[in-house]
Design a protein around this ligand. Structure first.
Ligand code: FES
Length: 146
């Protein structure tokens, strides 16, 4: 049911964790299953994503897609990172079963939410980036403690 790449990223997820003093943090919930994803971005002064980490309460497919998504945005410019859609991530993983496609949206949305957070902090506008609807970062800092 799952490709070898999905299994690999699920069993050995890359870039799990937090970034202290991250340039941008995005937390989103999946409307379909209620799972949660948080992405941390470290962006340098030239707008290049130096580092990217994630934490999730999502399923295996969410773990695998986030692992791949973080790998894909690392070292990229913000403009390039905007092109890392859930479709691009799924392609990089050799596909996902149709019932799991919604899981791959978490990573994309969380990256966008983290970029939005970064843009807001720096007073800049990122072309094509819309305010995340599902960003639940504010006021729910510690939801993982419960
Ligand atoms: Fe919720 Fe996959 S079932 S993220």
């Amino acid at each position: 049911m799952y490709s070898e790449k999905v299994m690999d990223h699920f069993q050995n997820p890359r870039n799990v964790g937090e970034i202290e003093n991250a340039s941008g943090i995005g937390t989103v919930g999946n409307a379909k299953c209620g799972d949660i994803m948080r992405i941390y971005l470290d962006i340098d002064e030239n707008g290049v994503i130096r580092d990217c980490k994630f934490k999730t309460f999502g399923c295996g497919a969410a773990v695998a897609t986030s692992s791949m998504a973080t790998e894909l945005v690392k070292g990229k410019s913000i403009e390039e990172a905007m092109k890392v859609t859930n479709k691009a991530v799924m392609e990089a993983l050799d596909g996902l079963p149709p019932v799991k496609v919604h899981c791959s949206l978490l990573a994309e949305e969380a990256i966008h939410a983290a970029l939005w957070d970064y843009a807001k902090k720096h007073g800049i506008e990122i072309k094509g980036l819309e305010q995340p609807k599902t960003d639940i970062h504010e006021g729910e800092e510690d939801e993982e403690e419960y």
